[in-house]
Ligand binder design. Structure first.
Ligand SMILES: [Zn+2]
Length: 275
């Protein structure tokens, strides 16, 4: 049982504000320690549930946050500037059987979710098949196509609702209650880790028993992003298959979920170049 774990930072218990998620902030090392704690809890739970191999993809910011010497030595750690970002290393040739999303957060434009965003500061709303979607749902597109089911999402109570809406079979682990864009009521880190560990164990066990489903939204896949201003949208619309809609929107329509993900990610990255 090969388990893929993608770890973001904004949805980790005890993190309530975006400032300490930035490596230049004085609170960053403490935020990293919280991230390591939940990553280790997920690894421990995965092995307790029957994992034989675990790959941890550091999925926040510059993507080299986790301190390697502090991580459970049974896991392999993927870090650095990865073209495939939050789903790097999970491609079809790798044979992962379940994916766990740890420290995830609500989508861009969410009314109450803590540090809600989708991939960067540029999108103000992201939708899939016309419904609001966040990073978990967008990342699930290529993973589903590669045969990897989403087995767990951890974060605040609002990302749990997103999980419920898109992959009701997945384990939902809530480590904090959102109190607005830059506030959260968190359980103690030891409680958060217990919840993540237990959830990961259940998820891997259920995946082993065939209890998880591949994410499939049907065809065509319609993935949209609205941007803060029109130049960002103009830049994002340079991506092949992309088209402008509305005032600041960019839509990709394709029968291939992996192409949808690539076009979205490329669009967000190019939009970041529009001053
Ligand atoms: Zn994120």
């Amino acid at each position: 049982m090969k388990v893929y774990i993608s770890v973001d930072m904004e949805g980790i218990g005890g993190i309530s504000h975006s400032l300490p998620t930035d490596r230049g902030d004085a609170g960053y090392p403490a935020a990293v320690a919280l991230m390591v704690g939940e990553a280790n809890a997920a690894i421990e739970g995965a092995f307790a549930g029957g994992a034989t191999e675990v790959l941890v993809n550091d999925s926040h910011g510059l993507m080299f946050n986790l301190t390697p010497e502090d991580l459970d030595p049974r896991a392999v750690l993927l870090q650095g500037q990865k073209p495939w970002s939050m789903v790097a290393g999970a491609g079809p040739e790798q044979g992962f059987e379940v994916a766990l999303f740890v420290g995830y957060h609500a989508r861009a434009g969410h009314p109450t979710g803590t540090i809600a965003h989708t991939y960067s500061g540029e999108p103000t709303l992201t939708t899939l098949q016309g419904r609001p979607v966040g990073e978990a749902g967008i990342n699930a597109l290529p993973l589903g196509a590669w045969g990897v089911p989403i087995g767990l999402v951890s974060g605040d109570d609002q990302v749990a609702l997103e999980t419920e809406a898109w992959f009701p079979w997945a384990e939902q682990v809530v480590v904090k209650t959102a109190r607005g864009r830059r506030a959260a009521a968190s359980v103690h880190p030891t409680v958060a880790r217990d919840r993540v560990r237990a959830g990961a164990e259940r998820a891997v066990r259920r995946a082993t028993d065939g209890g998880m489903q591949l994410f499939d939204v049907g065809r065509p896949v319609v993935l949209e992003a609205e941007y803060r201003h029109s130049l960002e949208a103009d830049f994002a619309a340079l991506v092949p298959l992309a088209e402008r809609y509305g005032d600041r929107g960019v839509r990709v329509t394709t029968d291939d979920p992996v192409i949808a993900y690539r076009a979205f990610l490329a669009g967000v990255r190019i939009a970041g170049l529009a001053a």
